[in-house]
Write a protein that binds this ligand. Structure first.
Ligand code: SF4
Length: 255
């Protein structure tokens, strides 16, 4: 007897997608690598300075089934001559069930997968690089200024750091079996260093996994922001993450 997928399985395999595009990886240890990006919509956080508010504060999306998404990504990858794929958001792990079979297929077909996550949800997807970006205190939104109720600030403040989730990622993506991770903190100034140090000690996070990335979305402000965060990296021994896509294209969608 032929078993056809019912409506529930179609729902599980459909994804809310914000955009799919080819560009360069702008951040982290693979910065500069030509890649195809899948940006999922919706996030469980609301960072004050979110650079993709169209996936968090005011989510926009189209529904795509996993098969169409897979075809589009593979076509873009062939057209742009890259096997590097990046799952980003929003928070991609809100849609982990639908992403899981795609990741497994891409892994077995020899693509290199990076997952960019805010590290509040653990799902062991088949990816090579888990790029964790836990959110520090300065990400908490001031909802009195933006028309949202204070509940949103409380929710964000309570949810933003999940030490057990970060531990689970560090355990699984530990450099073995082709799986590794990096921990990328968005930093505005040295005020954030104390929080990073205490988190790194509490979890613990190996120092060599930690990157500091400037909180900057305006191209004109890049030189100054880079200089100050590079100086923090020099003093602390943490790695530096650029934002190459902002340098080259400005804060535009599809880059
Ligand atoms: S976790 Fe990322 S996508 Fe979500 S609100 Fe914060 S910066 Fe935006």
């Amino acid at each position: 007897m032929e078993v056809r997928p019912g409506p529930e399985s179609r729902l599980l395999s459909a994804l809310r997608i914000s955009e799919i595009f080819a560009s360069i990886q702008g951040e982290g240890r693979l910065a500069g690598t030509p890649s195809v990006f899948v940006r999922t919509s919706f996030c469980n956080l609301r960072c004050r300075w979110c650079d993709t508010p169209y996936t968090s504060w005011t989510p926009e999306f189209e529904w795509m089934d996993a098969a169409s998404l897979g075809e589009r990504v593979e076509r873009l990858s062939a057209e742009h001559g890259t096997r590097h794929l990046v799952l980003t958001g929003g928070e991609p792990l809100l849609q982990a069930e639908a992403l899981r079979p795609l990741c497994e297929r891409w892994w077995h077909e020899g693509y290199h997968l990076t997952l960019e996550t805010n590290a509040t949800i653990f799902e062991p997807l088949a990816v090579h690089l888990a790029s964790l970006s836990p959110k520090l205190r300065h990400s908490i939104p001031d909802t009195s200024q933006n028309g949202h109720g204070p509940e949103l600030s409380f929710w964000h403040a309570r949810t933003r750091l999940q030490p057990d989730v970060i531990r689970s990622f560090l355990d699984r993506y530990n450099g073995g079996n082709g799986r590794d991770c990096q921990v990328k903190f968005v930093v505005e100034s040295e005020r954030e260093l104390g929080e990073i140090d205490s988190l790194a000690a509490q979890i613990p996070i190996p120092r060599e996994k930690i990157l500091l990335m400037p909180q900057v979305v305006e191209t004109a402000k890049i030189p100054r922001a880079y200089a100050s965060i590079r100086e923090l990296c020099r003093r602390t021994g943490f790695g530096f993450s650029p934002r190459l896509h902002i340098e080259r294209f400005g804060n535009r969608r599809g880059t």
